[in-house]
Every structure is written in C-alpha cells, then in structure tokens.
Design a protein around this ligand. Structure first.
Ligand code: ZN
Length: 472
C-alpha cells in the first residue's frame, strides 16, 4: 500500500517534445550533460578522478548559494518594492547582476530546488513529483566535489533533505528539520537556530582555504508560518494579528474556508514582510560570517525557490498555480571584479543550475557566464505546479500560456506587457497556438521517477502535511 501510482499519470508520457527529447536520448540524461562528458576539455578531468586541491581563484571560485524560501521578487527592494525589506539583498544587487525576470521551474520547493541541483528542468530530468531524486542524476555538489571542491549544505526545508536525495555530493549536510525530527514533533514545527547554523556553515568555508568550497544555505524564511522572531516581529506588522499568519490560518484562507478581506490580505503581507526582513538579515549575517577576505574569491548567488501568493488568483501560499506571484523570484549573482548590471531577458533556475555546474567543472568562461544567463525573448521558460494540480506555464518575456499538463489542453494566454497582473486572460485559439509553437508541442507531466526511487512513506508525507508542509 506504500506505492499507489499517482493519479496524475494520465498524459501522453514521453511522447511530448519540449526542447531536448526529440531523439532517442533517455529523458533523464540532459543533453548538455552528455556534451559535457564528451567534451575534449573534460577528457583530462574524468568524473570521479582524485585530484589535489588547489586554492580558489576566479576560475575556480568559492560559491555561496543562498536560498530564501518563498520570496516573490516584487517584495524585494532591488525589484522596486517600496518597503525596506531586503537591505542586504539590495546591497548585493547594487554591485552584482540582478536578473529582472528570474523564473522558478516549479512553484514548489522540491521540484524547483531539484532543477537547480540537476541543472535541468523537470521536463528534461523527469524530477517533478516529490520522491527521492534518482541517484543516477548528477547533482551540483557531486560535480563540485569531483572537481576538487569541498561541499557543505545547511537546509531548513524538509524537502531539500537527505530523504529526498539532496544529500548526494555534500561533504557535510546539516539538516535542520530532518524527517525524523518532524515525525516526533507532534503538532509543533521546531524552528531551527538559523544564526548558529549559518555560523557553522561559514566556519566550514573559512577552514578550507586550500580548496574552493560550495556552500548551499537554504533558509525557511519568509516561508509560512509567518512568525518572525522578536527582533523582526513589528517591522511592518501590528501586534494584534499574529495568529493570522499561522499555517492553519493560511490554509483556511487558501482553501476558501474563511472569508478573506483586504484587511486580512494587508495584515498577512505585513507579517510576510517581517519574515522576509529576517531572512534578509540572515543572508547579511552569512556574508559577514564568511568574511570580506573570503568573499574576494567567492561568487555569491542569492535566490528564492518560488514565490508566494496572497490570493491574487484565488490561492494563498505556493505550489498550486503558475501565476507570476508564485514563479517570479529574486536572483542576484555577484562575481568579484565584474561590473554591476541588470538582465532583462528571462532566466530559469535550471539555467542557473546549469551555469553553476559549468563553474564547478572549471569550463572556460563559465564564471563570467553567470552574469549573462538568460534566454532570447522568444524562447520560453516552463514552470510547473504540483502534479496534483497539473498546471504548466509556457512563458516568454511578453506572453504566458497556462496549460493543463494532465490533459495537454492550452487554457489561456496572458499579455504580460499590457497585463502584468495576469488579470485579462486571452482565450483565442490563435494566441494559444502561437505560444505552443514556441516550444513545438505542449509539455505534459514528466515521466514517473525511476523504480529505484521509492516514494516517501505515506506516514512521513502525512506528517509533513500535518505540520504545514502540504504546499512545498
Ligand atoms: Zn520553498
């Protein structure tokens, strides 16, 4: 009874084409990875080869990848938000590269983070449903370690966890909310001591001066519940409304079980912004803890895994739609010595992952390439909701098609230039066909994960959902 097939598995699996699967390549072997493996540049650095550590340089920089969970880009100062929620992100953006249209591959943590780690989107990797990532996929920390990097992760999200395959390739993996701890947590979610964990991560960075390091830090802020610690509690919120931000309350709003007023919305946004300010402060603390001297040889990447909705389109939280509030995220890259800039063209988080794979593999131009990521305006990104909902967005800089990935039916198109809030759906067959033509054929849900990747035990999934992780 532990492996009932998912009910979404009804589409023409494996028959669709997005960008890469028109030949007979196995769907879960990204072509770029094959190209990498066959590259003459890499013939002298075969995967798995032992190599002497060498000190970090700008060709082999240290990497800090810092994820704040559930940040919508329009709540970040660097993206024009009027509140001072994110002074540390904004500071990085002033000296780094700001991606104005960074798009998550999925509106929920597991698939979005997996796309970043794999360096390929869900339709290529097959990794969308929350099951352990198949071990044959090569994750960023694995590539990094094979090329002489020391690797360290600190994660507070129970889906970016060993149980879901994210441990692969890390020398040290500090998991704040392990499934074991969640299983014994009863109704209370333990909030980890993020500051202490960040100190430990930075200490790892500082003690490995003989080799570059990859530091991955995933902080569960401003993710629900919207309950920031004392020092950040009243930045934007007022005292009477804290209970509104509990996960129970948020889910009641999400399911439409409670009336939702404009006042409720504003009070929730206030609480969310408090949590975002705390997350931003942790990011600043991380950079300070790593230290200025280290940062001279360190590429810093700040991003979020997905956005967050306040019922702009009927839903709260994330994972359930592919409207922009759930998929547009902040992305800032700072490469020491390179000028600041802004990139307008869309970039998908899996593109960033691919770029990071290239950096740790030492490919020529890869480091500079992190500041020029992005797609031509007409080449769409794809973003997925959770499979139970089965939405997929095909999005260019100007237009977005929302389709039902279970049935392969194109639903609506939005003109993102005239209608950035996605309020006025275009239902004409021509508009839909034009968007479908940008990718050749509508994508359907990715293939089911390999048989060697067992599903999470139902009691674990139940416990995650009981604790409020239903939407990740
Ligand atoms: Zn998340």
């Amino acid at each position: 009874m532990t492996s009932a097939p998912p009910t979404w598995h009804t589409g023409p699996i494996g028959t669709h084409s997005t960008r890469l699967d028109e030949e007979t390549l196995p769907l879960r072997t990204p072509r770029w990875l094959l190209a990498l493996a066959l590259s003459p540049l890499l013939l002298s650095c075969t995967v798995g080869e032992e190599r002497e550590p060498t000190a970090p340089t700008l060709e082999r920089p240290n990497l800090v990848v810092f994820v704040l969970d559930a940040v919508r880009s329009d709540h970040v100062g660097a993206y024009g938000y009027e509140r001072d929620t994110t002074p540390n992100i904004d500071r990085l953006a002033r000296k780094g590269t700001l991606y104005n249209q960074a798009i998550a591959d999925a509106s929920f943590t597991f698939a979005s983070a997996a796309a970043l780690f794999i360096g390929a989107p869900p339709d290529e990797s097959g990794v969308l449903v929350r099951r352990p990532i198949p071990q044959d996929l090569h994750l960023l920390p694995e590539v990094a370690r094979e090329h002489g990097y020391r690797t360290y992760a600190y994660t507070e999200n129970p889906y970016v966890a060993e149980a879901f395959g994210f441990r692969q390739g890390f020398d040290e993996f500090d998991e704040a909310l392990s499934l074991v701890s969640l299983l014994v947590a009863g109704g209370e979610i333990p909030r980890p001591d993020s500051s202490a964990a960040i100190e430990r991560a930075a200490a790892f960075a500082r003690r490995t001066a003989d080799a570059p390091y990859l530091l991955y830090v995933h902080i569960l802020r401003p993710h629900n519940p919207y309950a920031p610690p004392a020092g950040f509690k009243r930045r934007f919120s007022s005292s009477e409304h804290d209970e509104l931000g509990s996960t129970t309350s948020l889910l009641a709003f999400d399911y439409g079980k409670k009336p939702f007023s404009d006042t409720d919305r504003q009070q929730l946004i206030d609480l969310y912004d408090d949590g975002l300010a705390f997350g931003d402060a942790l990011f600043g603390a991380c950079l300070r803890a790593v230290g200025e001297e280290e940062l001279e040889n360190t590429v810093v990447v700040l991003l979020s895994d997905h956005g967050e909705a306040f019922r702009e389109h009927g839903r709260m939280l994330h994972s359930t739609t592919v409207f922009d509030e759930m998929i547009r995220v902040p992305l800032v890259v700072h490469v020491p010595g390179l000028p600041a800039g802004q990139i307008e063209r869309p970039v998908q988080l899996s593109d960033l992952g691919r770029g990071l794979h290239r950096v740790v593999a030492g490919l020529p131009g890869a480091v500079t390439g992190l500041t020029t990521l992005g797609r031509p305006p007409t080449e769409p990104t794809l973003s997925w909701s959770v499979a139970q909902v089965g939405q997929v967005a095909v999005r260019t800089a100007e237009r977005k098609l929302v389709a039902d990935a279970k049935t392969g039916v194109a639903r609506v198109v939005f003109d993102l230039v005239r209608d950035p809030g996605e309020r006025a759906p275009i239902r004409s067959a021509e508009a839909k066909a034009a968007m479908v033509s940008t990718i050749g054929a509508l994508p359907s849900l990715p293939v089911e994960p390999a048989a060697d990747a067992p599903p999470i035990a139902p009691r674990v999934q139940k416990q995650l959902e009981a604790l409020g992780y239903v939407n990740d």
